[in-house]
Design a protein around this ligand. Structure first.
Ligand code: GCW
Length: 690
């Protein structure tokens, strides 16, 4: 029996304002929830749990609208809640996006009803969680009129979890929650994870790593090939996948799988995986048919091909479009989709230019049910990157944006780095794809095959995310996928209140801490002028990418005796030239290039003067020191909450902050020493040893 893990933002603590609680009880204690779909079972269960916590009692569930009761709650499709639904124009519901919903206070005969209605079962789940959130946030519900539709059609989590071995690549919260040895036996934890995701509107999950374990060329990782993700497509494992899918399905979440491009060889015994080979095409079709026999609402395949040793169409001299389309054709009759990653690079002078060079020329060649999934930036989830040029370059292709929840480069679950401000910057960035005013969020939104994918963050740790505060990254990711117009402040306030309650000192302190944490992280990890990728690349997966090692990656940093940074202008590696016109000019000129990306685009003299008269090298020193100061400040603010946050959570986070400070200092010292070694310019304030 597993109850030894945290409820996260679904704590449902008692509403302590008497007036509010009374009003909630009056309106919601009696409920009529229509029956039928499995999702409605999830709705009832959640109402029971939520009201018991928030209001101190489970709702009284009726089989019919209770005529003797003055005020009650109604949840169901319009036709299942007649005659009450006649108070709402049915067209309004049926024209909503499939996952949309309405929450409205209506008068029916002499009753006042709180109605949650939607065109789909999934919408009812989302509407119910929204209602519960209102209560947890202490919002009035006397006169509700909420109409919600998700901006992004697909809102998917990608787990980099290695099946059977239960390790999580770049995971910092313990082993994988998915126990493939025991499946199809289910764990309560799957249900609770599904609840967390559904409360945010996440509608897809890929439970296995994109590294599926059969390298196309021999690599140091060969051992990985043995029991790994590629095996989930084996007939005897599909039953396990279906068991997992059956849990997520109740919460409106479709299950996908990462698949290996060489599956026809490894699983099918064919000689080749050439996408133009008829036998290969047939194999994928048969496999897709089999998968859908077992998992009728299967979402589709996620593929990492020709990337970091994974096999792909390049093994057969075929393009990525040819590679993706064979899978797409197999999934198409079943309504499935291929999510094809654009994360490709190899030996190249500047890796940043490669994804665009590979994918832009084949825009328009992908089947309709292929989505090209692009990491937010051209390198790899660095602390801050410019936007991937592909978002403005593939109008004929469905695009997905891949964000990283787990903190591979932002402190790996030790540092409390909140990613929402970064994601806001990404989603609001104007690509000029369709003239001025085409931010990434609009490029992605409102197109059926598009959406946002996030690299997951949870593991078996009781607090799910390693550092308790990082639950906020899962929360914020889901909320932004649903509505990228929400501000970072709004999302943060929601998370803190649901997680820590309504003590205003706590709400304000934790919110400010989270909102400021990303800036600090950039400063001590990079110096804040657009440098990146200065981490240690150890052998053991767990130590990788955590410690500073700027010397290890000279081509990413561009430090020489006379300057620092990488020339990615139109006359350099050409990355800047891949943007739409005004951006190219902006980045090409060091005078107009935003300071925070200056050294990403330019190699500049150490003593190049910034607009305020400070030199580049001095600014790097200053930012590194400011970053550490900021982390100390975060720690001090957290420590000020002792006694206001329960002891267990207080101490856990406080310990993490002690380590966070130590690590930030190590980064600062390593970077400053490196800058000094190459520049031999002393820190004006004498802080950097000479
Ligand atoms: O840079 C890398 C990460 C790998 C990851 C890869 C990817 C899943 O360090 O761990 O592999 O990105 O996104 O495919």
């Amino acid at each position: 029996f597993e109850t030894n893990y945290d409820d996260c933002w679904l704590r449902y603590e008692r509403v302590d304002d008497d007036e509010l609680r009374t009003s909630y009880r009056q309106r919601l204690s009696h409920a009529y929830v229509s029956e039928g779909a499995p999702e409605l079972g999830a709705v009832r269960a959640e109402l029971g749990r939520g009201f018991e916590g928030l209001l101190g009692r489970e709702p009284h569930l009726w089989q019919h609208p209770p005529r003797s009761i003055e005020r009650f709650l109604v949840i169901g499709h319009p036709e299942e809640m007649r005659p009450i639904s006649e108070t709402i124009d049915p067209d309004e519901i049926w024209t909503l996006a499939e996952d949309g919903y309405v929450i409205r206070t209506v008068e029916w005969e002499e009753h006042e009803c709180t109605v949650v209605t939607a065109p789909s079962d999934r919408g009812l789940v989302y509407g119910t969680f929204h209602l519960l959130r209102l209560l947890a946030l202490g919002e009035p519900i006397d006169d509700l009129d909420i109409v919600e539709e998700p901006a992004n059609n697909s809102r998917i989590l990608n787990h980099w979890d290695n099946p059977f071995r239960r390790s999580v690549e770049r995971g910092y919260a313990g082993q994988s929650i998915f126990d493939w040895e025991r499946l199809p036996d289910l764990r309560e934890r799957y249900v609770d994870y599904a609840r967390l995701l559904a409360s945010l509107g996440i509608n897809g999950i890929v439970p296995n790593n994109v590294n599926t374990g059969i390298p196309s060329r021999p690599t140091a990782n060969d051992a990985v090939a043995e029991r790994a993700g590629w095996q989930l497509l084996e007939s005897e494992n599909l039953e396990k996948v279906e068991a997992l899918a059956s849990v997520f399905r109740r919460y409106g979440i479709r299950t996908y799988l990462s698949v290996n491009y060489a599956a026809p060889i490894r699983l099918g015994g064919l000689e080749t995986a050439d996408p133009l080979d008829p036998e290969v095409q047939q194999w994928w079709q048969d496999k897709a048919d089999e998968v859908y026999d077992v998992i009728p609402d299967f979402g589709g395949f996620l593929v990492k091909a020709d990337s970091e040793g994974q096999p792909g169409p390049y093994d057969y001299d075929r393009s990525h479009a040819e590679g993706a389309n064979v899978l797409a054709e197999a999934l198409e009759p079943h309504g499935g989709r291929v999510w094809w990653r654009a994360f490709v690079y190899s030996e190249h002078d500047d890796r940043a230019v490669q994804a665009y060079e590979t994918f832009e020329p084949i825009d328009g060649e992908f089947h309709e049910n292929v989505t090209v999934q692009i990491k937010n930036g051209p390198i790899d989830f660095q602390q801050r990157e410019p936007i991937s040029t592909l978002f403005g370059a593939m109008p004929e292709t469905d695009l997905g944006c891949e964000l990283q929840l787990t903190g591979e480069y932002t402190g790996q679950g030790v540092h409390a780095t909140y990613h929402v401000p970064m994601w806001k910057e990404i989603l609001e960035f104007d690509t000029y794809a369709d003239g001025e005013g085409t931010p990434v969020k609009d490029v992605l939104a409102d197109r059926e095959g598009q959406g946002i994918a996030g690299v997951g963050i949870v593991g078996e740790d009781p607090n799910w995310t390693g550092n308790y505060l990082l639950q906020s990254n899962l929360y914020g990711f889901g909320r932004l996928c649903w509505d990228p117009d929400l501000t970072a402040e709004e999302i943060t306030d929601e998370w803190v209140r649901q997680t820590f309650g309504h003590d205003e000192t706590v709400v304000e302190t934790v919110s400010d801490m989270l909102l400021e944490s990303w800036d600090a992280c950039i400063d001590y990890h990079t110096g804040g002028l657009g440098l990146m990728h200065m981490m240690y690349n150890g052998e053991a997966a767990l130590e990788n990418h955590y410690d500073p090692a700027p010397e290890e990656w000279p081509e990413y940093v561009g430090a020489t005796g006379d300057g620092i940074g990488v020339d990615r202008t139109s006359s350099g590696s050409g990355y800047a030239a891949q943007y739409r016109a005004p951006l190219t000019d902006l980045y090409d000129d060091p005078e107009t290039c935003p300071e925070e990306l200056l050294l990403f685009f330019h190699h500049l003299p150490w003593e190049y003067e910034l607009p305020d008269g400070t030199t580049v090298v001095q600014r790097l020193y200053d930012n590194c020191f400011d970053g550490v100061e900021a982390v100390r400040e975060l720690r001090a603010r957290w420590n000020g909450l002792e006694g206001r946050v329960d002891d267990r959570r207080y101490r856990h986070v406080a310990e993490r902050f002690d380590e966070h400070v130590v690590q930030a200092e190590r980064w600062r010292d390593a970077l400053c020493a490196y800058f000094y070694d190459h520049s031999t310019v002393a820190d004006e304030n004498g802080r950097v040893p000479r």
